[in-house]
Ligand binder design. Structure first.
Ligand code: FE2
Length: 199
């Protein structure tokens, strides 16, 4: 278990503002995230007219006035869903290039136990807790849309998980992996290791 360290200072500030996903059943999705996952529903709306089809579209789903709901995923970040009309889009392949394979939420030890209890109480199949990176445990399950979710917990950190600490490695370990990349030169490897949170 690496020594506890401060996260790197990064101009991105804090990471995710909101993660936007798609469903074709907003009610079932809402029930799942509120009742099973424990994320409060904090905003409900329909996308304003004119933004679905036509020149007003800014990259959102190409359907008019669809539902767009927001859940509090913790630490002042949001999980958002668009409701795609039934049958209008295929079910996604989470292993496709460019797709979201899974989303891992950070939880404290207390929440980790609580979520496992909630999954059991609702009869939701899950895998884990499985040891991942050093000091990191994961529980995996699927939402009603087939989206793969993870709860990530660092038990030794109690109520204040230090996420960056769990990816700490030695420069030698990092160098060995980077050297296996096709086209990696010694100069490139040393440059890319500059910001690595090494032990
Ligand atoms: Fe993960």
């Amino acid at each position: 278990m690496p020594a506890k360290r401060q996260p790197l200072l990064n101009s991105m500030l804090r990471g995710v503002h909101h993660l936007a996903l798609c469903t074709d059943d907003m009610k079932a999705t809402t029930d799942f995230y509120v009742d099973v996952v424990g994320m409060p529903l904090v905003h409900v709306m329909k996308v304003p007219p004119g933004l679905g089809v036509g020149p007003g579209n800014r990259g959102n789903p190409p359907y008019e006035e669809i539902r767009h709901y927001f859940f509090d995923m913790g630490n002042d970040s949001l999980l958002a869903f668009f409701e795609i009309p039934k049958g209008a889009q295929p079910v996604g392949n989470r292993n496709a290039i460019g797709a979201m394979q899974h989303c891992a939420f950070v939880v404290s030890s207390r929440r980790f136990r609580e979520v496992e209890d909630r999954l059991k109480a609702h009869g939701i199949d899950y895998v884990g807790p499985i040891p991942q990176m050093p000091g990191l445990l994961g529980i995996y399950f699927y939402d009603p849309n087939g989206i793969r979710l993870e709860f990530a917990c660092q038990p030794a950190d109690g109520e204040s998980p230090n996420v960056m600490a769990c990816v700490t490695m030695t420069k030698d370990e990092a160098r060995a992996e980077l050297a296996s990349l096709p086209g990696a030169t010694t100069e490139w490897i040393e440059k890319r290791m500059a910001a690595l949170p090494t032990a």
